[in-house]
Write a protein that binds this ligand. Structure first.
Ligand SMILES: *Cc1c(COP(=O)(O)O)cnc(C)c1O
Ligand code: SF4
Length: 431
């Protein structure tokens, strides 16, 4: 089906109606509504009409990517919310119950956002993050939502009003001042949410100041729009203005990278996404692809090999494969590091060198980006071999270290130094 190209989104109010496209029982629909009363739900006409294969629901990967799953919450929580829905409980009571359940889901893992807020002329610059010397993250105030929500999103608390969007900024004067004071920053990453929910005019207010700073060599935009709303680049009212802005970045002599979040090759098959990718590439921007490994959605080597082969065919560059973070429904979507590494390796072994630009599986953890390089046997001990691709402390970058092999470990904080050591590396203690 071809979409009209006009953006129309659906929220939890529309959920029951959408689910009727597939013969789910009233009981099943109620449980999914119960989950959506706790965790964010938003999708749109393109995802529903063009990406999801309804004949494959509930197993369809894109359905699982945007629609609630009953296993995302403990059974007793689902039952509690379902009972409230059946009783027609008042909104206040629903909210209190939902809040209590959310607080048990580790909504603010490792306090990373707070730890990396830069200080300039005595003032904390909320909405910026400066964790690695050469890269600054900017969270634009109007870009903190998405065209649809991923069920596995680690920023889920902000979409249900459980975090006071302190992490967003609209102060580009201060941002420009900070960049001028820190010429070691060569790359600025505009991220969200999805910055491309903003109009081209508003995005321009964030991008233009960056072009005036000589030391900034690359501008990156983190986005899921190619997957969730490719019409953003094709037929939205300001699609051409957006592409013109991309061209201006390139003309200003900067590298412009669209850091495109793709989860499954099914997101790369519509006419709209092919057209959108062609138009973005014609602007001179480079598309780099990243996404997490998620149980029940893309946890197979065949799926990843296809994703990397297909992005490469379309002229995009595979970048990172992420490990699911320790928040929200991670118990449901998480893949143990050992299994994740196997999937990564088996997929990597199947693709041409052009697609072996991808790094993974990567954990964006407190000390930095940790990659699982392999599982090895050293002196009779089974170990994970790891290294940091990015670290707060540049001295730690690209040095191999070892952790005790643990089949069930799902995150960096589950790991312990191998060989009876007290730290992974000098200066890298275990959490
Ligand atoms: C991933 C990441 C970056 C970018 O790192 P690159 O290796 O340059 O892609 C910057 N800041 C934070 C906090 C990140 O997680
Ligand atoms: S696009 Fe990114 S920020 Fe938005 S819901 Fe998905 S994972 Fe979260």
């Amino acid at each position: 089906m071809q979409n009209s190209g006009r953006f129309r989104s659906f929220t939890s109010r529309d959920l029951d109606g959408l689910l009727q496209r597939r013969a789910l029982s009233a009981e099943e629909r109620l449980k999914l509504r119960a989950v959506a009363a706790v965790l964010p739900f938003r999708t749109n006409e393109y995802v529903v009409d063009e990406l999801i294969d309804w004949s494959a629901v509930p197993d369809d990967p894109i359905f699982r990517l945007t629609f609630p799953q009953v296993g995302m919450l403990p059974e007793s929580d689902v039952q509690e919310m379902a009972d409230l829905l059946v009783d027609g409980a008042p909104a206040g009571r629903m909210q209190r119950a939902a809040h209590r359940i959310r607080m048990r889901l580790n909504p603010h893992p490792s306090g990373q956002l707070d730890a990396n807020v830069p200080v300039h002329e005595g003032r904390r610059l909320e909405g910026l993050q400066h964790k690695y010397p050469e890269t600054l993250l900017v969270f634009p105030r109007q870009g903190q939502t998405c065209h649809a929500y991923c069920t596995y999103c680690f920023r889920w608390p902000q979409f249900v009003g459980e975090s006071e969007l302190r992490i967003a900024t609209d102060d580009m004067a201060a941002t420009e001042g900070y960049l001028r004071a820190h010429p070691e920053i060569t790359s600025v990453l505009i991220t969200g949410g999805d910055p491309l929910v903003m109009s081209a005019d508003v995005l321009r207010r964030y991008v233009e100041p960056l072009l005036r700073v000589e030391s900034v060599r690359s501008v990156r935009i983190g986005t899921k729009s190619l997957a969730f709303w490719p019409y953003r680049f094709v037929s939205d009212r300001d699609a051409d203005d957006l592409l013109r802005l991309f061209e201006e970045v390139v003309t200003a002599g900067k590298h412009l990278a669209l850091m495109a979040h793709f989860t499954h090759p099914q997101e790369l098959r519509t006419r709209a996404v092919l057209e959108a990718m062609r138009r973005v590439r014609d602007s001179g921007a480079v598309i780099r692809c990243q996404g997490p490994l998620v149980r029940g959605i893309n946890d197979s080597a065949a799926v990843w090999a296809e994703l990397w082969n297909e992005t490469t065919r379309l002229g995009a560059i595979p970048y990172y494969q992420f490990v699911e973070r320790d928040t929200g429904p991670q118990d449901y979507f998480g893949v143990p590091l050992a299994r994740g590494y196997q999937i990564f390796r088996d997929a990597y072994a199947q693709v041409s060198g052009l697609a072996r630009t991808v790094r993974g599986p990567v954990m964006s953890a407190m000390p930095g980006k940790v990659v699982v390089d392999g599982i090895a046997e050293v002196g009779g001990e089974r170990v994970f071999v790891l290294h940091l691709i990015q670290a707060r402390d540049p001295d730690l970058v690209n040095r191999p270290f070892f952790a005790v092999y643990d089949e069930g470990a799902t995150w960096f904080t589950d790991l312990k130094p191998a060989f009876g050591g007290g730290e992974f590396l000098p200066g890298l203690p275990f959490p």
